[in-house]
Design a protein around this ligand. Structure first.
Ligand SMILES: [Zn+2]
Length: 362
């Protein structure tokens, strides 16, 4: 399933921008980028931490990125005669472009592997970082999108997953949205990001190990069995429809956390059927509405699509959306303090069954 009506252009610094148009005769290629932008910064480097067996990206150029600009200088709004934004056209449906301040980039040579010491190899941060704007409405939010626009967004993320998976050296594609200044959002305009990582991130490695161990021990499939158990029990289910179930994980780490899981195990967004893509929007919008209703104000959240990796371990991976908030009360946020930050050991103040019950009642 490829996206029917897309127009790719180059911004003045060579970065790619793609319009994903919902109307058949829309192109938008006729609007050039009139800005004189400097050459994009070099990508980050990845340093290996031998003490914890993890790669860490170091991207110094990101310190200078745009921080909460006024709304008439929003880089994600369509361009106007008086302000040239990142998007040259006067309007758009959904648009994707390469991040001006990328953590990972495919503009660098893949062979520049060096080392700091014998134990600390350093490799270039090959990959790609894109920004996705869900709507041209500066004051909108994902929760206010129509189900048909959410369907377009799912199709766009599938398109990007397929294409970014083909970049040499990319190990995993991760689309996500950060919402709210409490999360650290630096632009108010509703948008998400898509990261193509050159290494399998730690959390994914952990999940692949768990799925592998479960298969060895039981012969079963971890994703299928967990989802079946949650649906059978029902105590942590928030909402569901024919193709998806939204439930609070039994051992959730965050005060409010919901997984949206397709009933059919699939590796990634491109593998979703037409019907599954259509059914996602109404359920996700319902869960986002419940999130905002929790404390009667916009809920800060992180929402991310976990997908199968590109290479080794792909058969163990599975698609699901993880949505969670750091707000634990109307005026309280959960901070990642000593136990979580230093030890990676989470302590959740909200009982998951209670969180599910509250979300169900809204
Ligand atoms: Zn804007």
């Amino acid at each position: 399933m490829t996206f029917k009506n897309r127009t790719a252009i180059r911004l003045s610094d060579g970065r790619e921008l793609i319009y994903f148009n919902e109307e058949p005769h829309t192109h938008r290629a006729e609007y050039p980028d009139t800005r004189h932008l400097p050459t994009p910064p070099p990508a980050s480097q990845l340093r290996y931490d031998p003490l914890v067996d993890e790669w860490v990206a170091v991207a110094a150029h990101r310190q200078t990125r745009t921080f909460l600009p006024p709304s008439d200088a929003c880089p994600l709004c369509p361009s106007t005669p008086s302000f040239a934004s990142e998007i040259p056209a006067p309007d758009y449906d959904v648009v994707v472009f390469e991040n001006q301040f990328p953590s990972f980039s495919d503009r660098i040579k893949p062979d520049e592997i060096t080392s700091l010491t014998d134990l600390v190899p350093v490799r270039p941060g090959i990959g790609r970082c894109e920004v996705i704007c869900f709507t041209s409405d500066h004051n909108g939010s994902f929760g206010k999108l129509s189900p048909s626009r959410v369907r377009t967004v799912v199709d766009v993320l599938a398109d990007r997953t397929l294409e970014m998976s083909q970049i040499t050296g990319v190990a995993q594609v991760f689309p996500f949205e950060n919402r709210g200044v409490e999360i650290g959002v630096t632009l108010h305009h509703p948008h998400g990001q898509i990261y193509a990582y050159p290494t399998v991130p730690p959390r994914t490695q952990q999940m692949l190990r768990a799925a592998d161990r479960y298969r060895t021990r039981t012969g079963g499939d971890l994703y299928t069995d967990v989802l079946a158990a949650e649906r059978a029990s029902g105590v942590r289910v928030v909402a569901s429809n024919e193709h998806w179930t939204a439930y609070v994980p039994a051992a959730s780490r965050w005060p409010y956390e919901v997984q949206l899981a397709p009933h059919r195990k699939v590796p990634d967004l491109p593998a979703l059927s037409d019907e599954e893509r259509d059914a996602f929007g109404p359920l996700y919008l319902d869960v986002l509405r419940r999130f905002d209703a929790l404390f009667g104000k916009p809920m800060p959240y992180i929402s991310g699509w976990h997908q199968a990796v590109v290479g080794e371990g792909r058969e163990l991976g599975y698609l699901h959306l993880q949505l969670f908030s750091i707000r634990r009360a109307a005026d309280k946020l959960k901070f990642l303090a000593g136990s979580e930050s230093a030890m990676g050991a989470f302590i959740n103040d909200i009982v998951p069954e209670k969180a599910a019950e509250t979300l169900r009642s809204l």
